[in-house]
Design a protein around this ligand. Structure first.
Ligand SMILES: Nc1nc2c(ncn2[C@@H]2O[C@H](COP(=O)(O)OP(=O)(O)OP(=O)(O)O)[C@@H](O)[C@H]2O)c(=O)[nH]1
Ligand SMILES: [Mg+2]
Length: 239
């Protein structure tokens, strides 16, 4: 995986580097663990103390957060998918094999949200990001068809200011041609240079055809293991 942040020009280089076979296998193993809905919370005071490492998924309403979660865990309907934007209204916590929590966050930029809703959302997200020492990675999902929009930029600037590191994940890339994807990846990597808390290389995914899902699983598994050195022993020792 690129650690330097120096990616030569070109879409292939701009996309996150492929994981090796052992990492892919580890990711597959982790995400084959039983995954269960823990609880949904609208306010963080309803949440259990941070316990396991957490990976959270944020993004604009309808960008494909719940679908990505389902694709990662190989379940059709773990997280609720909807054509109605703004369906996921709370932070939904899922337990993956007692090893990791996955957090489906409410989408932002929902056109029909009231100012009060937006304020509440912003507060919840800020509280969550500030108060989760166990948060290992925030994935910011960007709808691959549209690229980074103004409200994505606002969100990313908030994260930059709070120094919360994040991985940008392009979704729905099955809707793009090969050329369209290359252009989107280049433009996204270029835009990320202005966001100090963003990892440099976006990951391109499709919940529909599975593109990029193994790579994302592998990256999350590595984070959950704590360090790349924990990789080989983790599946055996975890039973
Ligand atoms: N073609 C395609 N459509 C997708 C993909 N992922 C999600 N969608 C569609 O996009 C719409 C929104 O998906 P969701 O997963 O509900 O999006 P969300 O970000 O969780 O939405 P909210 O919870 O409302 O914020 C649904 O109609 C999905 O079927 C994908 O990879 N490819
Ligand atoms: Mg959702």
């Amino acid at each position: 995986m690129s650690k330097t942040g120096q990616s030569p020009a070109g879409a292939t280089a701009a996309a996150a580097d492929p994981a090796d076979d052992a990492q892919i296998e580890f990711g597959r193993w982790l995400f084959a663990q039983p995954c269960t809905f823990l609880r949904g919370v609208a306010r963080l005071d309803g949440l259990a103390e941070p316990d396991l490492p957490e990976i959270a998924f944020a993004g604009r309403s309808n960008c494909g957060k719940s679908s990505l979660l389902n694709a990662l865990t190989g379940r059709r309907s773990l997280a609720r998918i909807s054509n109605t934007p703004g369906r996921t209204q709370q932070l939904n916590f899922f337990d993956l094999g007692g090893k990791l929590w996955l957090v489906d966050m409410p989408g932002y930029g929902y056109a029909r949200a009231s100012k009060t809703d937006i304020a509440a959302w912003t507060q919840t997200v800020r509280d969550y990001l500030r108060g989760r020492p166990t948060l290992r990675r925030l994935c910011v999902l960007i709808d691959g068809r549209h690229g980074i929009k103004a409200n994505d930029k606002d969100m990313m600037e908030m994260l930059d200011a709070a120094a919360v590191g994040y991985q940008v994940v392009l979704t729905k890339i099955d809707k793009l041609s090969a050329g369209g994807l290359a252009t989107r990846l280049d433009a996204t990597a270029e835009a990320l240079k202005n966001h100090p808390a963003a990892l440099p290389d976006p990951i391109a995914t499709s919940a529909r055809n599975g593109d990029g899902i193994e790579l994302l699983r592998a990256q999350i598994a590595m984070l959950a293991a704590g360090s790349p050195n924990g990789l080989k022993s983790a599946p055996e020792s975890a039973g």
